[in-house]
Write a new protein. Structure first.
Length: 346
């Protein structure tokens, strides 16, 4: 068992207090160039299964409080996010390692896809609804996630629940961070404005990415899977057509140097494999002009999500009813006193 002191986040980041935490397990469940993620069982100050993300970099010499991901997560709290519970720092070989204790879900969308798991239409709708609740909340909080992809979607398949995770690339839109390099967001989920070179960040980026992820829930394959950036641009133009002058102005980019094509449309491109209501939903998102995409809040009102409020609740293939999800539309959650939380696996 590991015991140490950590900072606990309470009251939407307004109060930070030092507490002693202990945990067991510490099983590696994900790794990247500058971070590792472990699954652990938190023992004190309460029992809960958690993820611990260890972040390092040769350039990170800041305190944990100055680290942007911690700053952003400290201000956020919503059930559709992998919320930050505690954080602490460790010194390893003269390198600062920031450790984020986060909420945990047992499955990752990308790993389920790799195993050949397919999502049925009902589950696709409930997971998409939760994902856009997360995006709507981030929009309200003036945060852009900037890396929505299956690897950052964690699930509890048994319960039908979803959380958006990994805010390592997130930006605050009401600061100078709203400007940056266009090489953001994993290629398959990168919107046209970034593909064509824009350095302006907005919530419309997350809407496009979430729409592409949701397509994978419905169709069980990737919508735009370009071999490189140019191929990705060509795929988008094949479906949506060459950007108009208005599109170019809205994206704030130069006219793309790619072949002009007549739009095939989503239905033809995807062999009409989806319900009409799903195509209606996708066509409100998969739009070149970011200003013409519906906002996440508008998307949540589309007919595709009527099933969420139907009573009696529809039964999923797992044999369990759709979970109660309407509360996710609430956008003014307060971070609960963590000492009162208990997980179902206590």
């Amino acid at each position: 068992m590991t015991e140490l002191k950590a900072n606990q986040i309470t009251d939407n980041g307004q109060i930070i207090k030092e507490v002693r935490i202990s945990f067991t397990g510490h099983r590696l469940c994900g790794s990247g160039r500058f971070s590792n993620v472990y699954n652990c069982k938190l023992i004190t100050p309460y029992q809960k299964e958690v993820a611990i993300k260890n972040v390092w970099s040769d350039t990170i010499q800041k305190s944990a409080e100055e680290y942007v991901e911690i700053q952003i997560l400290s201000t956020l709290y919503h059930p559709a996010l992998a919320n930050l519970l505690f954080y602490y720092s460790q010194k390893v070989e003269e390198r600062n390692i920031h450790c984020l204790v986060l909420e945990f879900m047992p499955q990752e969308m990308s790993k389920l896809r790799e195993k050949g798991v397919k999502f049925d239409v009902l589950d696709a709708k409930i997971y998409t609804f939760q994902l856009f609740c997360a995006v709507a909340y981030l929009d309200l909080m003036k945060i852009a996630h900037l890396d929505i992809k299956p690897q950052n979607i964690i699930l509890n398949v048994e319960l039908g629940l979803l959380k958006l995770a990994d805010f390592g690339n997130a930006r605050r839109l009401n600061t100078s961070e709203k400007m940056g390099v266009s090489y953001q967001v994993t290629r398959f989920y990168r919107p046209p404005e970034l593909l064509f070179g824009s350095n302006q960040f907005s919530s419309a980026i997350d809407v496009w990415s979430a729409g592409c992820v949701s397509f994978e829930f419905f169709a069980n394959h990737t919508l735009f899977k370009g071999k490189d950036t140019v191929d990705q641009m060509n795929l988008v133009i094949t479906v949506l057509g060459y950007p108009t002058d208005e599109d170019v102005r809205s994206m704030g980019v130069k006219r793309p140097r790619v072949a002009k094509k007549v739009a095939r449309g989503l239905e033809q491109y995807t062999s009409n494999c989806l319900e009409g209501v799903v195509y209606d939903y996708l066509k409100s998102i998969i739009i070149i002009d970011p200003k013409k995409r519906k906002t996440a809040s508008q998307i949540l009102k589309l007919p595709i999500f009527d099933v969420i409020q139907m009573r009696p609740r529809e039964i999923r293939n797992s044999g369990k009813p759709i979970p109660e999800l309407e509360h996710l539309l609430k956008m003014d959650y307060r971070r609960e006193d963590s000492s009162s939380e208990e997980s179902s696996d206590k």
